[in-house]
Design a protein around this ligand. Structure first.
Ligand SMILES: NC(=O)c1ccc[n+]([C@@H]2O[C@H](COP(=O)([O-])OP(=O)(O)OC[C@H]3O[C@@H](n4cnc5c(N)ncnc54)[C@H](OP(=O)(O)O)[C@@H]3O)[C@@H](O)[C@H]2O)c1
Length: 221
């Protein structure tokens, strides 16, 4: 039975990731800030504030010796939705960098031996097409810059974990109806996660470093 650890597991896309992998027979470790209030009953829950280094260290220690086939860094925030240049909050920007960029890399570094000890040896990172500089889009300074930085950081990480046999993948989940995506978004979580899950099933060292959407379409950096 393969094992998944996913962050931001209590709502939105992360909650659906838990549901689909648990239904498929995986051991699922659902990481969230408040496990007792998560509503997750089909999987194990663990406490994790991804932006808190101590929280990451405590979790990593508790998982010593546990093989993790798929580590999915999914938790993320978008604090500047709709904000213009003069309305930017620079403290929020720092927090977004902590949650969207530093946290996934810190967790990957802390759990790389767990992933290396597994069969599948895969690290997935929920990015966004909004992190693509090639798209030359406007606004959303905080969110776009954080996802662009995540893309670069994972591209660096790819080289460090490859000798351990670990592949990486950056995913755009689509524009998804969640608290973040909003009600006007294009797809539901089930379609997004089913697409990403199918893609990840086929990810190996041969595909490491991919930056793709939930249907498998490659994205320009
Ligand atoms: N929805 C979209 O259209 C869309 C498009 C592109 C990319 N994405 C990306 O997809 C991922 C999931 O988004 P979503 O739409 O599911 O968002 P969401 O519904 O707002 O859920 C965000 C999740 O991240 C968790 N989180 C935030 N800060 C955290 C922290 N410090 N520690 C632990 N967990 C934390 C939240 O937990 P709490 O409940 O504790 O806050 C929640 O579980 C994000 O990385 C997002 O950037 C989404």
């Amino acid at each position: 039975m393969p094992t998944l650890l996913v962050t931001g597991a209590n709502r939105g896309i992360g909650r659906e990731i838990v549901r689909q992998y648990a239904a498929d027979g995986w051991r699922v470790i659902a990481a969230c800030r408040e496990p007792a209030a998560s509503g997750v009953d089909e999987a194990e829950t663990v406490e994790l504030d991804v932006a808190d280094a101590e929280s990451v260290a405590v979790l990593a220690e508790s998982l010593e010796g546990v093989a993790i086939d798929l580590l999915w860094n999914n938790a993320g925030i978008y604090p500047d939705k709709g904000l213009a240049l003069d309305a930017l909050d620079y403290e929020d920007w720092l927090e977004a960098m902590a949650v969207n960029v530093l946290a996934p890399i810190r967790l990957a570094a802390a759990l790389k031996e767990n992933v290396a000890a597994s069969e599948k040896k895969l690290m997935a990172f929920t990015s966004s097409q909004m992190g693509s500089i090639a798209r030359d889009s406007q606004g959303a300074y905080v969110y776009r810059s954080s996802k662009a930085a995540l893309n670069m950081a994972v591209n660096c990480l790819k080289h460090d974990v490859r000798p351990l046999g670990i592949a990486t993948c950056l995913l755009h989940p689509g524009w998804v109806r969640t608290d973040m995506g909003g009600g006007a978004a294009e797809i539901d979580v089930d379609e997004s996660v089913a697409g990403m899950k199918q893609l990840l099933d086929g990810m190996t060292l041969e595909t490491t470093g991919a930056y793709v959407d939930y249907r498998g379409a490659p994205l320009d950096w």
